[in-house]
Ligand binder design. Sequence first.
Ligand code: SF4
Length: 62
Amino acid sequence: MKTAVDPELCTGCELCVETCPEVFEMDGDIAMVKVDTVPEDAIDCCKQAAEDCPVEAISVEE
Ligand code: SF4
């Protein structure tokens, strides 16, 4: 699975980093994806982070 953060939408609330630190990290004021492919054991938290993002900046692709 792949995921991405839209830097135009991200408000830097850090929720995704708290929810799924295996996949997301802060890059200054916005979140970024730090992995090329989401590891198997981080798929659930990645999907959760995408669902919880208040501005729907996280996309996931199976
Ligand atoms: S949860 Fe959404 S708005 Fe918040 S830091 Fe992550 S991508 Fe940005």
